[in-house]
Design a protein around this ligand. Sequence first.
Ligand code: NAD
Ligand code: USQ
Length: 404
Amino acid sequence: MRVLVLGGDGFCGWPTSLYLSDRGHDVTVLDNLSRRKIDIDLEVDSLTPIVPIGERLRAWKEVSGREIGFVGIDLATEYDRLASLLLDMRPDAIVHFAEQRAAPYSMRSEKTKRYTVDNNVRATHNLLTAIVDTGVDASIVHLGTMGVYGYGWSGSAPIPEGYLTVKVDTPDGELEREILHPANPGSVYHMTKTLDQLLFSFYAKNDKLRITDLHQGIVWGTQTDQTVRDERLINRFDYDGDYGTVLNRFLMQAAIGHPLTVHGTGGQTRAFIHIKDTVRCIEIAIENPPQPGEKVLVRNQMTETHRVLDLAKLISDITGADVAHLPNPRQEADENELLVRNDQFLALGLEPTTLSEGLLSEVTDIAAKYKHRADLRKIIARSVWRKGMETAEDLMSELPSDKR
Ligand code: NAD
Ligand code: USQ
């Protein structure tokens, strides 16, 4: 298949591009490298030493003999270049990772809120319009998030895969309908993913576009069978307070002897998936698109759920790290249950990588190996959901200045 990977230089996009190329697909990456620029603005860097995209692609050619194309296009602002690319390339499948994906970054300031909405919504809409405009027959696989469902209201009922059957009493009797699961975003970033859902729903109905929306949990781990083949292929590892996600942050914190930064009680339950399973799910998704005229196909892309505090305790047991309870900078429930259906990927052959398989090697092979690259001042999460919220700053003032 000819596959266009939007956002193919990022944490999920890069290993996916390598995996699909390794599996014999003809892959082109589109990326405006905005993620690398945000690192410069935030004065942080991936814990792992990622090389420039050109060097990444040359290394892949050396190692595999296979070529991956690259185009530097801003999906949100360079519509004409996108349309020309689609006409030149005529991809069979387009994988859409190209959005601003950090919830804390999206809540950092008025500027980052507006940037996240402008970038994500325009990127998705440009893609949809360009496919209709050019008539290119490509299916779309978009990376959505488990966070569109929100956390809590389904109680002990598992979250379904995208749709909910509701019954309404009418004067003519009971009416049964399948509706998109109600959206309940917890950040501006998560809100953009709920807006994406409506865009997809309209274009699937109106223009018969073939769209799969993958509601993915928190991705953990770093390496895949392809990224380990040469250090120049290494995947990025975010650990800072805005872009680092909880499990990878805890692993890194354990490796450098920093207390594990549990927000609040740690009773928040979230869904997780290993990066190796992410890339496999993308392959399954591009091979099993919906038919023209079908509604958007939603698949929940996660393999396990865990409470944040349980993760901290697990890592503490393995490594001896201390666990710190910090004021929660987010507005979110202290405790929630989370049951999720993921039958579709399991039925299509996904064999989940479990926490017990990969955890220790992540600490030793990645976090400990590159800990000298960590900037300790960037660990504490400083982006708050509402002005005036309590932060970890007071606690931090007790730390030595080089660790704040
Ligand atoms: P990332 O920030 O590492 O990668 C996103 C890539 O898209 C970056 O390389 C960035 O430069 C590029 N990009 C952003 N806006 C662009 C634009 N306008 N034009 C062109 N390129 C653009 O993020 P990631 O962790 O790889 O996440 C990829 C996707 O998966 C996101 O949409 C995210 O919402 C979703 N997702 C991620 C996770 C996770 O835990 N990382 C979990 C669930 C869903
Ligand atoms: N948390 C801590 N300590 C930390 C960091 C986070 O306790 O040091 C807590 C947060 O308060 C939150 C939970 O851990 O309750 C998850 O936070 P996270 O940063 O790991 O994940 P989140 O902000 O939800 O976002 C990440 C990705 C996003 C993706 C989402 C999937 O950045 O792109 O969409 O996971 S999901 O969470 O399923 O919606």
